[in-house]
Design a protein around this ligand. Structure first.
Ligand code: 4AD
Ligand code: MG
Length: 464
């Protein structure tokens, strides 16, 4: 059997012991003295390990034909490295080639760096690069830390459905799920598509959010969260939007907006701490190559309170800051990315929780405030990326909810299961959704959410 390279570089394996690794060649360098140096990586940590191969090996010729991307099994003695930069290396006494690169000229991985756009088109290559390898480990660390955080706080992980009949956000950005023959659609007398003949007997879609289902379980289990894929047929072709992205959605019974604003802050600090300690190697790479402040800003933000501001006060700040925005601000408008970023980057210089938005720009389920103009909504906005979390206290009063559904032209019947929660032991409850790719993009400093998900889906692009 073999051992992960991270275990060897951590220094937990005794020097002078015999070890076996399996991985892929990153680089090979041959010395005139008859030694070949192989840098081998296996994805378990940022650094490759160096295997020092003497020409006394009977397949030395084979070793000196290895190119980037070949897979190998190396056995040898673990020794302290004398070279700089590397703590340990392997004095190889056997190198077995597991897989050749058929034609090295067609394997476009060399010392030269590829653009991140180029990599998106080359599925086999992408995860073998330094940058995507580091993103993948940080992403994994963040998702494990999120599960750990909620588990430690007594939350139950609920798997909400991917196929749904409800449009949670009411934005009409849903992908349809159907087994109807598009070339021969059944029609009603009126000429509309007859979805009663469809698989589910009605219209069905990919979910935009697990929230409504999450509320059902929070109304029984008290503290739940979802963590799963969500889908939006949004027309926004930006560096912050995906058609398929992952969301983490805690939903908490007996909690108000302030409770979940605090939950969001402690959750983010918990996962920032996790990457700072568990993925130091990758974070150092991001700080060197992608975003200078990748480490320092996380260190700063785990130490201090996030800023909190009411929407109304945020508007005043933006009106009075003297900066020209592309979208002019006045009370009642939705905040655009440029406004959010001004608040986080220039005004507060920290993540900021913006609360109590105008009701007219928000979803039907948000709880109305006493002033009749605003709802108990919040967004968490981070420097460098903008909105990463959206949440609210939910409207738990049936009469107020019904009035709102009616006002927005939504069909009460469609929401009967959701309205039932307000009829049988209704309680104040609140929750939020964290856009997982936005979090990973923020933590790593990667400029585009497409580069922090394994297989990005965006408008006009679903390669492989
Ligand atoms: O603000 P949103 O639309 O809120 C909801 O869906 C609520 N139902 C959540 C809840 O209260 N349980 O989306 C939540 C977060 C956003 O803050 C953003 O980070 C992310 O999801 N998000 C996207 N991320 C990538 N691509 C997209 N197209 C996204 N749309 C939203
Ligand atoms: Mg939002």
């Amino acid at each position: 059997s073999h051992i992960a390279i991270t275990e060897l570089l951590k220094g937990t394996v005794a020097v002078d012991s015999q070890v076996t690794i399996k991985g892929w060649i990153r680089t090979r360098r041959d010395s005139k003295a008859g030694i070949s140096f192989l840098a081998v990586h296996d994805g378990s940590c940022f650094d490759p390990i160096q295997a020092v191969v003497p020409n006394s090996l009977n397949n030395y010729d084979e070793v000196t034909s290895l190119t980037a991307g070949c897979s190998v099994k190396v056995t040898g003695v673990l020794v302290q490295s004398e070279g700089t930069g590397q703590s340990y290396e392997i004095q190889a006494n056997s190198v077995e080639v597991l897989g050749w690169v058929e034609n090295p000229d067609t394997y476009p991985m060399s010392a030269k760096r590829h653009s991140i756009e180029y990599l998106r088109e080359h599925a086999h290559l992408r995860p073998r690069t330094n940058v995507i390898g580091a993103v993948t480990r940080v992403r994994n660390c963040l998702s494990q830390a999120l599960h750990r955080f909620f588990h430690e706080q007594g939350y139950m992980w609920i798997s909400t459905p991917i196929i749904t009949a409800s449009d949670c956000e009411g934005a009409g950005e849903m992908f349809r799920v159907s087994t109807l023959d598009m070339n021969n659609l059944p029609r009603t007398d009126k000429g509309d598509v007859d979805y009663s003949e469809d698989f589910f007997g009605k219209e069905a879609f990919l979910t935009v959010s697990g929230q409504l289902n999450g509320e059902t379980y929070a109304s029984a289990m008290s503290k739940i969260y979802t963590f799963g894929p969500t889908f939006r047929a949004e027309n926004s072709n930006t560096s912050r939007h995906l058609a398929e992205f992952w969301m983490v959605e805690p939903e908490v019974a007996f909690a108000d907006l302030d409770d979940v604003a605090n939950l969001a802050e402690s959750m983010l600090k918990y996962v920032f701490n996790a990457v700072l300690t568990e993925r130091r190697d990758d974070m150092e790479f991001f700080a060197q190559r992608i975003e200078k402040t990748a480490i320092s800003r996380l260190e700063e933000f785990v130490e201090k309170d996030f800023a909190q501001v009411d929407y109304t006060d945020a508007i005043t700040i933006l009106e009075q800051c003297g900066k020209k925005f592309e979208f002019p601000v006045k009370w009642g408008v939705d905040l655009q990315s440029e406004h959010e970023r001004y608040l986080a980057e220039e005004h507060f210089k920290s993540p900021v929780v913006i609360k109590n938005y105008p009701r007219d720009i928000k979803a039907f389920y948000m709880r109305q405030n006493e002033d009749g103009k605003t709802v108990a909504a919040m967004d968490v906005v981070a420097p460098g990326i903008g909105e990463i979390i959206g949440g609210s206290q939910r409207e738990e009063r049936l009469d107020v909810l019904d009035a709102r559904l009616e006002e927005m032209g939504l069909n009460k019947e469609d929401y009967s299961w959701y309205r039932d929660l307000r009829k049988y032991g209704s309680v104040p409850h609140s929750g939020f959704g964290l856009g997982f790719e936005r979090l990973v993009a923020y933590v790593t400093g990667m400029g585009n959410v497409r580069d922090v998900i394994a297989f990005p889906r965006t408008k006009g692009s679903a390669t492989y």
